[in-house]
Design a protein around this ligand. Structure first.
Ligand code: PHB
Length: 360
């Protein structure tokens, strides 16, 4: 029988019952201390039949924040909140990794301690506006990190990795995608440094490598995933040669025996695809997780062809807590309500019906 969404897979020593991954989804419903609370517990518990849940992006420190209402993984309160989530997911037989996040220039002084200026590899202002507590405001020009500040950023990832362990997670995903700090270093549109963190691909990858070295002191490689988005222009990102540069980054990750490599396989904004992801996948020796608007049919084709080992679903999981069951039984899906994606209450969060409930 060929591999499909419902065939089990082993990540290191973790046995997943299926290959359906709940993609990281920002929902902006943490409490006023950026800690997960009861509605978040319910939300993740409802989706625990996913083979693996990757949590919404969670900042590694107060300096890493980029949006209102996103959870962190640095304080005692946050660890306690996440522990309730990992406990219920495990009680349901599921597995859960937390995505570690530092937003860098995709932030605003209104959101940062002492109204500090967001940091980035280079002082390049992103085009557009960002969300603050007072509504949308223009991005500011970030401050370029001094080279002697970088160890402090790496230490924040290590601390968050330790906190993730205390919170009972099965592993961590280092968010190196979508225009946040590590991605700002990886891509040459945002990294114009002339020191050892800029210029060559080797230099641009240095921050990611240092973060991975640091978190590997806390977790074995096979409990660490990495997410990349070679051609995503979201957050005003660009790169002069994504195929070439990400081909290098991916091949460098091989030595680490990671849990998986998670790739956003398109531009989120235009939905266009200009990178050969099969080539990228072939350069990588470990488990490859594909993500980009897959449905059941496309996912099974990809898995069956060996183009991926796991497939992450975002919006379908958001709107269908029992997505695994619905795909198994070929049932109709709930529609997602985009008005309630970011922020708000239980509505559009924990009140999407399960199939059984929808027909009674
Ligand atoms: C978002 O808040 O829109 C967001 C957050 C993290 C991502 C992508 C999008 O990786």
């Amino acid at each position: 029988m060929s591999t499909d969404l419902f065939s089990p897979v082993t990540i290191g020593d973790i046995k997943l019952t299926n290959r359906m991954v709940m993609a990281p989804l920002t929902r902006n419903r943490a409490d006023e201390h950026n800690a997960p609370h009861d509605i978040n517990v319910t939300y993740y518990q409802q989706r625990a039949t996913a083979g693996l849940i990757i949590t919404e992006a969670s900042q590694v420190s107060p300096e890493g924040v980029g949006y209102p209402g996103t959870p962190g993984i640095y304080s005692d309160e946050q660890v306690a909140g996440w522990k309730k989530i990992t406990d219920v997911v495990h009680a349901e037989g599921g597995h859960i990794f937390i995505q570690l996040w530092f937003c860098g220039r995709v932030s605003h002084p209104d959101l940062l301690p002492d109204n500090q200026t967001p940091v980035a590899p280079t002082a390049i202002q992103p085009a557009g506006e960002t969300v603050t507590f007072e509504g949308m405001k223009a991005f500011v020009t970030p401050r370029a990190l001094e080279i002697n500040e970088i160890p402090g950023i790496v230490a924040q990832y290590k601390h968050a990795a330790e906190r993730a362990k205390q919170a009972g997670f099965d592993g961590i995903e280092v968010h190196a995608a979508n225009g946040y700090l590590i991605d700002q270093f990886l891509r040459d549109g945002t990294n114009q440094r002339t020191d050892q963190y800029g210029g060559s691909v080797e230099n641009r990858m240095r921050l990611l490598n240092e973060v991975l070295d640091a978190v590997t002191e806390v977790w074995p490689g096979n409990r660490i995933g990495v997410r990349l988005s070679p051609e995503n222009s979201f957050n005003d990102m660009s790169d002069s040669d994504p195929s070439e540069h990400f081909g290098y980054f991916v091949s460098q990750l091989n030595v680490r025996n990671l849990a998986y490599l998670h790739i956003l396989e398109r531009d989120m904004m235009s939905k266009s695809v200009n990178v050969d992801y099969r080539d990228l996948r072939n350069r990588y020796n470990g488990l490859y997780m594909a993500n980009s608007g897959y449905d059941k049919t496309r996912a099974n084709t990809s898995l069956g062809n060996g183009d991926s080992d796991l497939v992450a679903f975002g919006v379908p999981f958001l709107a269908n807590p029992d997505l695994v069951y619905r795909y198994q039984q070929d049932l109709v899906l709930n529609d997602a309500d985009s008005d309630t994606f970011y922020g708000g209450t239980e509505h559009g969060y924990t009140d999407y019906p399960f199939f059984e409930k929808a027909v009674t």
